[in-house]
Design a protein around this ligand. Structure first.
Ligand code: MG
Length: 375
């Protein structure tokens, strides 16, 4: 049962190119399936989330992170009466615009683009992927996704000013996104704030004591678990506490969002859109616990000296390859050379690099700049 403020597939603002309805899948189910079948989606399996393959095969990559976000978002959406098909499609597509090498790759690409007067933004890149780069249909370029998915890609994690982004005018930049899109950003937070503690511990970059000292949301549960399972091995106690932490974040998000909706008197999707702020939110108490966990992860893991050499390597590989193709555009694959006749070269080189997996970009580096043969 959908709540009165949920998005309804039958009310969708539709696709750029009208298509006949599917006999038994609604438009959002169909969009979800288009994302799952996209090449850019499959490439997520070889893109770094936080840890490269060097650490372990069972750590999260962008694909498994994405699946975890979808699971969490679906569960919360069900409790709030939101459109689960839309939520699932948005969760599955939310990281599709990420370049290789995680945040380090994004930072490097953005810095290079700035040198040419442009910038790199993974949400805008995701929109370019689904609107232009994916080639599956004879009648149009891209995946021809419904308006609501494209709007969610742009607006799930940040606001864009209409004055600075006139090309995004159609997405009602002065209004809030539907609750289904608002939920994705926080489901993403729940997923990585817990998963990164897990992988950080397994990688021996974080110790249990550090986590217990640094993350109060975790330590209370760990104490509870120790009392309940005194003989369990440490990792299982850790897992139990982490599971409780994840549940607390999800429970709080559901409960507090419900209260926000009630207090604001939200009765329709239009009420959501015209409300001055986002309504999907943690309570103040959990919000400060979440921030503490996130700050801990930044200080102890993301900026850890142990990850520094890989980040520097990522930056070097991206910077050198970017420079190489800027000087030698004739070495780009044919479709990109064609694109470069219509679009600025830095944008085309950036698009090419952003689409690469970690493995592929290293192969390209060896091929073009390694000691072996020229590209
Ligand atoms: Mg994410």
């Amino acid at each position: 049962m959908l709540a009165e403020y949920a998005v309804r597939a039958e009310d969708s603002r539709g696709r750029r190119y009208p298509e006949p309805k599917h006999p038994y899948r609604n438009d959002f189910e169909r969009d979800r399936d288009r994302v799952v079948h996209a090449r850019a989606f499959r490439r997520l399996k070889d893109k770094t989330q936080v840890f490269t393959r060097r650490y372990s095969d069972h750590f999260r990559n962008r694909l498994t992170h994405t699946i975890e976000v979808a699971q969490i978002a679906r569960t919360i959406a069900g409790q709030l009466g939101l459109n689960i098909d839309l939520v699932e499609a948005l969760a599955l597509v939310h990281d599709i615009g990420h370049p290789p090498f995680g945040h380090a790759g994004e930072k490097a690409l953005d810095a290079l683009m700035h040198e040419h007067g442009y910038f790199f933004d993974h949400n805008l890149h995701a929109l370019r992927i689904v609107e232009d780069f994916e080639l599956r249909y004879a009648a149009f370029r891209g995946l021809n996704l419904t308006f609501e998915i494209r709007e969610g890609i742009i607006k799930h994690s940040r606001d864009y000013l209409a004055a600075s982004f006139p090309e995004l005018r159609e997405y009602y930049l002065d209004q809030r996104p539907p609750l289904e899109a608002q939920l994705i950003d926080l489901a993403d937070e729940i997923a990585y704030n817990t998963a990164d503690l897990d992988d950080g511990l397994e990688a021996h970059l974080l110790s249990l004591d550090e986590i217990r000292w640094g993350v109060s949301l975790f330590s209370g549960y760990y104490q509870e678990v120790e009392a309940k399972f005194p003989d369990a091995i440490e990792k299982l106690k850790f897992n139990e506490a982490l599971k409780r932490m994840l549940n607390r974040l999800a429970d709080d998000l559901i409960e507090n969002t419900r209260q926000n909706l009630q207090q604001a008197g939200i009765r329709s999707l239009q009420d959501v859109r015209s409300h001055p702020k986002r309504l999907v939110a943690f309570s103040q108490a959990v919000e400060s616990e979440r921030r503490e966990a996130k700050n801990f992860l930044y200080a102890s893991l993301y900026f850890s000296p142990a990850l520094e050499p890989e980040k520097q390597d990522a930056e070097r590989v991206i910077t050198e390859l970017f420079g190489y193709w800027m000087k030698k555009p004739e070495a780009l694959p044919n479709p990109y050379q064609e694109k470069a006749r219509q679009e600025p070269l830095p944008r085309v080189v950036c698009d090419y690099i952003a689409g690469m997996t970690d493995n592929f970009i290293y192969e390209q580096y060896d091929k073009c700049l390694g000691s072996r043969t020229a590209c």
